[in-house]
Design a protein around this ligand. Structure first.
Ligand code: SAH
Length: 231
């Protein structure tokens, strides 16, 4: 295929999608990595994976120019893809090891899912918006990313596949759902933004025993809400 480096080519077809990742995209991704370092991300594995993944391919065409800026974007159904810094920060807090079993709540665009898979995790991701779930299911395999994706309510976790080494929630939760605490392994880490629609505090929790958690607070973030009991 002839690729014009000055233009951005992303072709979406229902059955056959070609994703173009040209020098311009790669250059912008390097700038994004530099920005993430400046903002305090130090985990080289996270930075390496984010340097590889074509974030622009997760966005609507209208946003392509900005795919590598530290911005959140609409991904349809009133939802957003998290800012690169937020993705890097949450992933870094998870301390991912190869083959970790990771539960993600809020698949959304699938970008965070792809980052986790790129780190060698076995990812189980739940999304409550059918359209987004279906889209991620079609799209991620085209990047050779193969998580287990579920359409359902993240508040319930995924008991069939529990326990998990790590759990990441990528929507703002009003509280920490008990099923998620129960489905975390002892010694495991959960990263979850807790708050209301004005903003959330990022928490990381380490499960010390079946009933004891050690939690750390990591500052302010803004996510779309983790919605309850609604399909
Ligand atoms: N990780 C995503 C972020 C998407 S925004 C990305 O990288 O693009 C948060 C997502 O959580 C939205 O897609 C929203 O539909 C989903 N969500 C909200 N409440 C949920 C729930 N109860 N269960 C599962 N997913 C939920």
């Amino acid at each position: 295929m002839l690729v014009n480096e000055s233009a951005i080519f992303v072709y979406y077809y229902f059955s056959n999608m070609a994703i173009t990742d040209n020098f311009k995209h790669k250059g912008k991704r390097l700038q994004m990595i530099t920005m993430l370092r400046q903002m305090g991300i130090v985990d080289e594995k996270v930075l390496n994976v984010m340097e590889m993944i074509p974030r622009h391919a997760f966005l609507d065409g209208a946003f392509l120019e900005y795919a590598y800026e530290n911005k959140a974007f609409q991904i349809g159904e009133g939802q957003t893809i998290s800012q690169p810094y937020t993705v890097a920060f949450q992933t870094q807090l998870l301390e991912i090891n190869k083959n970790d079993k990771v539960l993600e709540i809020g698949t959304g665009s699938g970008y965070q899912t792809a980052v986790l898979c790129g780190m060698g995790a076995r990812v189980f991701s739940i999304e409550r918006q059918r359209v987004l779930h279906d889209r991620a299911k079609r799209f991620l395999p085209m990047l050779n990313v193969n998580p287990k994706l579920f359409y359902g309510d993240g508040y319930l976790g995924q008991p069939m596949f529990a326990p998990f080494d790590k759990i990441i929630v990528t929507a703002g939760a009003p509280y920490i759902p008990e099923p998620l605490k129960a489905q975390l392994k002892v010694g495991g880490i959960m990263v979850i933004p807790v708050g209301d629609n004005k903003g959330q505090k990022m928490y990381s929790l380490v499960k010390k025993s079946d009933s004891a958690f050690e939690s750390k607070l990591h500052g302010d973030f803004h996510f779309v809400p983790l919605l309850e009991q609604k399909r």
